[in-house]
Each structure stands twice: as C-alpha cells, then as structure tokens.
Ligand binder design. Structure first.
Ligand code: NAD
Length: 487
C-alpha cells in the first residue's frame, strides 16, 4: 500500500473502492511544483480498477438513493464538518501538490470545499418539483427529481479539492453514487476526501476514487456503460474525446471547460479598481479558467493605465507559495511550463510586443514564470485565440462600445467576461451583448453557489450550481395522473 507524507499529514497513494484502499501494479510519479521534488508514487488505475469501482457504485446505489435527501444529509453534513476540521491539512497538501498559494487555500478555497458539500445537502432537502392540473384533460401533473445512478466525475489540477467537492456535493446529495478520477498532476487532496467520507460513515461503494492517467483511467471511466452521468472540468481537447466516448452509451455529459475571457475597461470606470482587478488575473500563476486574460482598454485611458500596470506588475512577488508574502507561485509541471513558454515564443514570432515577463524568473528558476504582458498582438494571432493557462495577458485598445463588444466576442471561448464602467445602462447593455456564461461588472470572481456557472460557446455544455446541478444529476420525471378525484 502506497503512502505520501506532507508535514505529518499521511495521504494514501492508492485507489478507494467499495470502502477499501486498493493498490495497482502500475504507479505514476507525483512531484511538487514548488521545487520539483518527488512526493511519491500514486496508483495508476485502468480498465480493471474502473470496472471494480463502477460495480461497487452500482451496488451501493439503491440503498443510498432510498435514504432520501434528509437521510443523506446527515452523512453529508458530517462530511462537511470533517472537511472544516481538516482545512489546515488540506491546504498544505494541496499547495505542496499543485503550487497554489497557501494563504488562499487556508482562508478560502478549502472552506469552500466544506461549503460545497453542505450547501447541496441542504438544497436537496428543499428540492420540490412542480405540480399543476392540465385542463381540459382533467389530469394532475407532478414532477419528481430522482437520482440518476452512478456519476463519473473528472477534475483538473488547478483547484482539485474545490472543483471535486463542487461535483461530489450535488451528485451525492441528489442520491447518486460516485466514481471520482482526480487529476494526475495533483491527486492528493482527493485521496484525503476518500478518508473523510469513510470517517463520515458513508456506506462502502457510495464514494470511490480511482487515481490514474487521463487517457487510461479517465477514458475507461467515461466509456463505461454502467455510468449514468459524466461531469468533467478540464480542457476543450479532452472534452471532445470524452464527449465521443460518452456518446457510445448516450451518457449525459456536463462540461466546464477553458476560457480566453475579456476584461473590458471603459474610460469612465473607477480605474484604481480596474487596475487592481487586472493584476488579479495573475493569481494562481494565471492557472484559472475564469481569468480575464485579454485586457481590452478604451483608447483614451490606455496610455495611463498601461504605465500603471507595468509599474504594479513589476512589484508582484513571485515565489514559494507557502510564503504568505508571495503573490504569484509556480506553474504546475515542467510539461506545462514548456506549453506556456511555447505560446510566448510563438506570440513573439507573430509580432506581439512584449512589455514585461516572457521568461522563467532568472532569480528563482524552476517552474516560476514571470507575469507577462503582450501589447497589441496582431489580430487573429494565436495568443489572442488560444487559452495559455499561465501568467500571460494580452492588451488591446478599443475606440467605442461596439468595438469593445466585437473584440470581446472574437474567440471561440465564452466562459466569462469582466467589465468596468460607471455607466449602469452601458454595463447592462454590454453584459448582455458579450458571449459568455458569466459576466462580472465592477468586480471579478464573485461567486455564489446558487448561481448558474458554466461557459457559452466552446467553454462548456450545461451549468452547475443551485438548481442547475440537480437538473443534471437527477432524472426529471413527470407523472400525469387522471383519476375521479380530478374529474
Ligand atoms: P485536462 O483536460 O488535460 O485534464 C482534466 C482531467 O481530465 C484530468 O483529470 C485528466 O486526467 C482527465 N483526462 C485527460 N484525458 C482524458 C480522457 N481521454 N478521458 C477522460 N479523462 C481524461 O485539463 P487540465 O490540464 O487538467 O486542466 C486545465 C484545463 O481545465 C484548462 O483548460 C482550464 O480552463 C480548465 N478548467 C475549467 C474550469 C471551469 O470551471 N470551466 C475550471 C478549472 C479548469
């Protein structure tokens, strides 16, 4: 049985199937992005482990579903309490595993994990379908939400615990059982989640974790005919493969994918507020799906704002994510660094003007990439079209609202859009005109679990959050009843 220890926290490196730890003959290496030191070897699952996990989940399903929302709520509230009591452990493990800032993990991200579980458990208890009479048919309609079955959940490395609990919460609360495939570049906090579900007393088979490489464990999971829902957060390229596999069984999918989101600043905006939010786009070293990576600035204030942006960005503290002073941590993996740097090199070749960054920090080396800004890349160039998922922003100017909207809508993505203006009417007009699933006006990343979350265009299929999560994780049944009572 494999194990990884991080600051006295012991984490199983094995799968979790039917309430038990299970090893695999094959393993993969997990490294820390902080210093690329090896953390351990993690079980690499494949078709065999997926088969066992789906079978366990299928077997556990009827009893878990029969508990009803209140019965399941007892277990899930206990699980949320356990997560809350382990926030410090979760934070150090996730930071060591994926390089995200420790302070943010401790103070916000891990607590969100507990909230994800509690919120959806409570929501399920209030979930009511509609009821109405059909006239003149003299019939009564009743809509009921019923659990779908086995939910396959696949998550990425940039916020694995938060993003996994966001799916696990509604999937379990709705009465499904779960097989979770964590990201191979940051697999550890999802393994802790399995321990917490055991401690919370969830019956064996209700929650299973299969570790492994996407193309092996993930691919086997989404192609399995015993899976009733596939919920995936990750890249567009992977979503296309998952969609094709799931289509063979007509398994419904929910996709939360990448973005190339605009951040628009109108001349009448509070420029101090806009600038603070522009700098925030380097958070998590730019490895944030929602990041407003295309800065679109009204021409009349662009000169002043660019100067201020250059001055402030040079002050951002790049370094060890465990240090509370650090503002920008490392990229996740050497392969990812190569990918990010490849975008930067090609942007230079295409004629984009680099105003700062564009390289690994000479002082820190390793996976620490400097915050980077390209001004006026040629229209249609790759750096304006493709998601980099690193600390790389672009800067374009516009003359009027129509041009701002056209630039905002000029990619195949449509995850989010952020705009700054003090003109309320314009804010509403532009918010409605941009092709995005989420729009923030005079703020960024203000999230509430009741909101529908998801992307337009190539940034996703479906919405998660509030009622929308249950629309996906449930079968929605309409019962039409005609009896003497109604007629
Ligand atoms: P990825 O698509 O490479 O991997 C995501 C997950 O899919 C991993 O667990 C991986 O093992 C698995 N996977 C890979 N190939 C698979 C296959 N063939 N079948 C099944 N599973 C497979 O993405 P990533 O690099 O881990 O994450 C970065 C991407 O995620 C970015 O595009 C980012 O924008 C996106 N993201 C989106 C959101 C959102 O809510 N919209 C949130 C975070 C990240």
């Amino acid at each position: 049985m494999g194990e990884v220890t991080i600051q006295n926290v012991r984490i199983s490196a094995d799968h979790y199937i039917n309430g038990e730890r299970v090893a695999s003959a094959r393993t993969f290496a997990d490294i820390s992005p902080i210093d690329q030191s090896p953390l351990g070897h993690i079980a690499a699952g494949g078709a065999e482990e997926i088969e066992a996990a789906v079978a366990a989940a299928r077997q556990a399903f009827p009893e878990w579903a029969a508990l009803g929302p209140e019965g399941r709520g007892v277990y899930l509230r206990h699980l949320a309490d356990i997560i809350e009591s382990r926030v410090e452990d979760l934070a150090i493990v996730e930071t060591t595993d994926n390089g995200s800032l420790l302070e943010a993990s401790r103070l916000r991200v891990m607590k969100r994990g507990a909230h994800n579980i509690r919120y959806f458990a409570e929501f399920a208890e209030t979930l009511k379908g509609a009821e109405w009479d059909s006239q003149p048919a003299n019939a009564h309609n009743r809509v009921v939400y019923q659990p779908a079955g086995v939910a396959a959940l696949i998550t990425p490395w940039n916020a694995p615990f938060m993003l996994s609990t966001w799916k696990v919460g509604p999937a379990l609360a709705a009465g499904n059982t779960v097989v979770l495939k964590p990201p191979e570049w940051a697999p550890l906090t999802c393994s802790l989640l399995a321990d917490f579900t055991a401690e919370a007393g969830l019956p064996p088979g209700v929650f299973n974790v299969i570790q492994g490489i996407g193309e092996a464990a993930g691919a086997a999971l989404v192609a399995h005919p015993g899976v009733d829902r596939v919920s995936f957060t990750g890249s567009v390229e992977t979503a296309k493969k998952i969609g094709a596999a799931a289509a063979q069984n007509l398994t419904p999918v929910s996709f939360e994918l990448g973005g190339k989101s605009p951040l628009i600043v109108f001349a009448d905006a509070d420029l101090d507020l806009a600038l603070r939010n522009m700098l925030e786009q380097y958070d998590n070293a730019g490895q944030v799906c929602l990041a407003g990576t295309r800065l679109l600035i009204e021409e009349s204030v662009a000169g002043e704002l660019l100067e201020r942006m250059m001055a402030e960005a040079s002050q951002l503290r790049l370094g060890d994510p465990r240090d509370p002073q650090t503002q920008v941590g490392p990229l996740i993996h050497p392969q990812h660094l190569q990918r990010v740097d490849g975008f930067v090199r090609r942007a230079l070749q295409e004629g984009a003007r680099l105003v700062y960054g564009g390289r690994v920090s000479p002082a820190l080396g390793g996976l620490y990439y400097e915050p980077t800004l390209f001004v006026d890349p040629p229209s249609g160039s790759e750096i304006l079209q493709k998601e980099v998922f690193g600390p790389v922003l672009t800067w374009q100017t516009f003359r009027d609202e129509a041009e701002a909207i056209a630039l905002a809508n000029s990619t195949e993505y449509g995850l989010a859009a952020t705009l700054f203006t003090c003109d309320e009417t314009r804010a509403q007009r532009v918010a409605e005109a941009v092709g995005a699933g989420l729009v923030w006006v005079n703020c960024f990343y203000v999230r509430d679990l009741a909101q529908p979350f998801g992307g337009a265009k190539k940034s996703g299929i479906g919405r998660e959050g509030g009622m929308w999560s249950f629309d996906f994780y449930c079968e929605i049944k309409n019962i039409t009843h005609r009896s003497n009572t109604f007629g």
